[in-house]
Design a protein around this ligand. Sequence first.
Ligand SMILES: Nc1ncnc2c1ncn2[C@@H]1O[C@H](COP(=O)(O)OP(=O)(O)O)[C@@H](O)[C@H]1O
Ligand SMILES: [Mg+2]
Length: 401
Amino acid sequence: MSEIIEVDGVSKRFRMYRERNQSLKASLMRGRRAKYDEFWALRDVGFSIPQGSTFGLIGENGSGKSTLLKCLARILVPDEGSITVGGSVAALLELGSGFHPELTGRENVYLNGSILGLGKREIDRKFDEIVDFAGIETFIDQPVKNYSSGMYVRLGFSVAINVDPDILLVDEVLAVGDAAFQAKCMEKFAEFRAAGKTVVIVSHAMGSMRTMCDHVAWLDHGRLVQSGPATSLVDEYVDATHVERAVQGDQPEHETGRHGSGEVTVERVELIDGDGQPVTTLRTGDPMRIRVHYDAHERVDKPVFGLAVETLEGVYVWAYHTRDGGLEIDAVSGKGSVDCVVPAVPLQPGTFDVIASVVDWTTQHTYDLRRKVVRFDVEAGSPRESGGIVAMGATWTREST
Ligand SMILES: Nc1ncnc2c1ncn2[C@@H]1O[C@H](COP(=O)(O)OP(=O)(O)O)[C@@H](O)[C@H]1O
Ligand SMILES: [Mg+2]
């Protein structure tokens, strides 16, 4: 099989500027010599991707997966090494990337299509199919800033697959769509593969990475640990990260990632039980309130607070942000808190991590995102079912004959 992508000795460096909160005057006084730390997000990474295969990138948060995808998409240029790509590329990277919030869905389809190399006539011809696949007909003439995150993802994905690229790059987005949409995407991936196209995908869902991908590359702190057949390498990865996390187990607030521009920060996140007491252990079916304490260091308009829950294996269980929840916050300044009320925890016994974030109204800009901001345990409660992550409250029956 011939290789469609060759990644050879790729390194990518970012500069982290210090004293970011200083005034404009102070930075002017300091002159052009802004101080920064260098940081290698990718270091000497090399592998190749056979044409027509589905290739996965796996690794902990911050290991460099998104950076590598952006290099493949030529959005970022490596500082060292080379990348050879033998075909046209469509990329679906961060949530709604490439969408202009003030433009309507329709305008964004044309804008995106042209960025991806389609002429107006071609987009005209594909337009209905794009909108139909996304399932957002009734919203197509509204500005996309009014879209839910699910609608953003569906439209972005629909444009990317319908421009008919040789190579499709997909970063973490499938976790956001609903099950029906995910199933449609899986069908599309299958069609893609049947047509000899190549898919490069990043996902936290190790189960689907294992079954969907032919090969994966495992990244750790920007370095390639190994690349090889998906089934065995995903299993090795799951085993290895289990071990690492077990060692961290007695430091529940250990953080593996935090980023954002810092105008508003997430100070801490509390879990509160039905009696109003802070807890870190609950039972299936218990009520729970997740309280996000923030500090707005300056006035910030229309912030959106978000929460997500992951298993220790990194399986993305749930997410919800205030915009999707219909809570519009005009502005924040100073300290405060917002609560997310969960009537009955629908989780099976296990250990879970909470991710908290505060982003702008378009959800394009991150003020602060904290992974593993708090860890909690779920113990057996009601409903009590046999296994898995969620408690569905199911019942068994049998027709008597
Ligand atoms: N534009 C950027 N400037 C500075 N650091 C960045 C930038 N983009 C990513 N990083 C950092 O590079 C590392 C790798 O990030 P990323 O590629 O997003 O990882 P992953 O997708 O595996 O979670 C992280 O530590 C992240 O904070
Ligand atoms: Mg990423």
